[in-house]
Design a protein around this ligand. Structure first.
Ligand code: NAG
Ligand code: NAG
Ligand code: NAG
Ligand code: NAG
Ligand code: NAG
Ligand code: NAG
Length: 481
């Protein structure tokens, strides 16, 4: 018995191993090697986890969280742009001659608990997290060999923030771990000297940026590289295509990593992995290329700022609207929070993220792994956005119409974009509500009788309501199936 069982086990293991090997080589490294040019790099398909995930959390945390005034551009606004408010703020609150670097010792993170952050992000329904490994001030949240004395182990917390967060993310197992990285550094002398040569030399890139990016990837294995700070120079200066070909061919995350489009002043919205185009990009129409809406809950800043007003924060309803419009048009949403210098994520962010999580636990079927539908928003009824289920084996498919405004006046929702696509077997339900809804075809529209508001409130269904409509596959044009 034992002998047979172990032989069977051995066969099973061998079979599994051989499957794995075949699988891996057919995906990337062995068969195809990416070359350091955009034709080759742009041909890489994004690993599919990224499109399925839809929602990520962005974290801006660094020395700028100490003055916590204005935005994460504090140093530059104060010392380069010379914005009056910043100059006055420093004059009133700090002794003359105080430098930005002196803020670092107060970047103490005494309440930073990576497990608590991860628990919150998981509760929010997000599927990946992207942390600022280094912003434009050059301070690194890991003990980089290339950032001597200007990193979170030498000054400030005296902790390796990236390691702590990466470990908490991986031991929880619900999220993918990613890193933001700024290519340029406002005041790095090597960068300033390269810039003075009009980028004809690239000492800064060869001696600092490439080694530090590789150090990040080798040590922490991020599955998102969210590049930024590229715009003053071309991708050639940044050696971006060389780095990306290494990342996709030879790095330990070659098969699963995704990156964005911020690799040189000519690449934004044109080359790279997913497109970010501009901050808070939300085009409102279907895009031909996978994209991401990187946005903030505090509308005016990525980093924490003490001078934020209540009205500066997106409400939970506004957050859901942004999420829904983004996903309908084929995008992912990357929602930014700015923890304070002590490592606390303020309750206003927590509330917004928990509200989203609660909404997603009911409505997530219309979001995660969804595909855009033929129409993104309804042609006549405002604030109704569509998604659809990925193709299944069956002859029918679900279309989701996410209704952002409760129809108080009519208690009906008129879906023009569904006309002619339903059949006698179509059922319409509302996610989280136990009864099938009544519907009819009227005036070239599908008219859906909405449940009474009190019945929805009673079940905690709020912020937006998802109608689930099953339609025959034949009714959908080929390119959408
Ligand atoms: C800001 O002030 C610095 C010196 O304090 C000066 O070098 C720089 O040119 C000023 N910037 C602007 C935009 O005026
Ligand atoms: C971090 O938070 C977790 C979850 O709340 C808790 O179990 C753990 O004890 C905390 N760690 C520290 C060092 O406080
Ligand atoms: C970086 O690019 C320059 C040309 O812009 C090239 O001379 C150099 O060899 C590249 N360095 C690496 C490490 O790829
Ligand atoms: C659909 O969305 C776009 C972009 O947000 C908007 O301009 C348009 O008015 C919307 N259409 C309707 C009917 O709401
Ligand atoms: C509706 O379902 C019934 C029962 O499964 C089936 O016989 C009929 O062909 C279906 N109608 C359409 C239009 O598919
Ligand atoms: C259908 O259209 C007619 C004429 O335009 C209009 O009077 C009627 O109210 C419409 N019915 C519905 C349910 O929208």
């Amino acid at each position: 018995m034992k002998g047979i069982a172990s032989i069977l086990l051995l066969i099973a293991i061998t079979f599994a191993n051989s499957l794995q090997i075949v699988d891996k080589s057919s995906i990337s490294n062995e068969i195809y090697r990416f070359e350091p040019n955009w034709d080759s790099l742009d041909s890489r398909e994004l690993p599919k986890w990224y499109d399925e995930a839809k929602i990520g959390i962005f974290i801006h945390w660094g020395v700028y969280s100490v003055p916590s005034f204005g935005s994460e551009w504090f140093w530059s606004n104060w010392r380069t742009t010379n914005v009056t408010e910043y100059i006055d703020y420093m004059k009133v609150n700090y002794k003359p001659g105080f430098t930005y670097q002196e803020f670092a010792r107060d970047f103490t993170g005494e309440h930073f608990n990576a497990t608590e952050w991860v628990n919150l992000f998981v509760q929010s329904g997000a599927k990946y997290v992207v942390l600022t490994s280094k912003h434009h001030d050059g301070y690194t949240l890991w003990p980089s060999k290339y950032s001597f004395s200007w990193n979170s182990v030498d000054v400030g917390l005296h902790r390796d923030v990236i390691r702590e967060l990466a470990e908490a993310v991986r031991s929880d197992n619900h999220l993918r771990f990613g890193l933001y990285h700024s290519l340029f550094e406002w005041y790095n002398p090597m960068y300033i000297s390269d810039k003075a040569s009009e980028f004809s030399q690239n000492e800064f890139v060869e001696k600092k940026i490439l080694p530090e990016l590789k150090e990040l990837v080798m040590n922490y294995k991020p599955e998102v590289i969210w590049s930024d700070g590229e715009w003053e120079a071309s991708y050639e200066y940044w050696n971006a295509t060389e780095f990306l070909s290494w990342l996709y061919n030879d790095s330990p995350v070659a098969d699963t990593v995704v990156s964005n489009d911020r690799w040189g002043h000519e690449t934004l919205c044109h080359h790279g992995g997913f497109f970010t185009c501009v901050d808070r990009y939300n085009p409102g129409v279907l895009q031909p290329h996978k994209w991401e809406n990187a946005m903030t809950l505090d509308k005016l800043s990525w980093g924490h700022r003490n001078n934020a007003k209540l009205d500066d924060f997106l409400t939970s309803q506004e957050l859901i609207r942004e999420l829904v419009a983004t996903v309908s048009c084929g995008g992912n949403i990357l929602i930014n929070v700015g923890p304070d210098r002590s490592g606390i994520i303020q309750p206003i962010f927590v509330e917004r993220l928990r509200d989203m999580g609660k909404w997603l636990r009911v409505n997530g079927e219309a979001i995660y792994e969804s595909k855009p539908w033929i129409y993104q928003n309804d042609t006549i009824t405002p604030n109704v956005w569509y998604t659809s289920s990925s193709t299944s084996q069956t002859q029918r498919r679900n279309v989701y119409a996410i209704v952002l405004d409760y129809p108080f006046d009519s208690e009906n929702v008129e879906l023009f974009s569904l006309f002619g696509r339903t059949d006698e077997n179509t059922t319409i339900s509302l996610l989280g509500y136990p009864h099938i809804l009544q519907w009819s075809v009227v005036n070239n529209s599908v008219l859906v009788k909405f449940p009474n508001k009190a019945q929805l409130d009673k079940r905690g269904l709020n912020l937006a309501w998802t109608l689930k409509i099953d339609v025959p596959v034949e009714q959908i044009p080929d390119n959408f199936v």
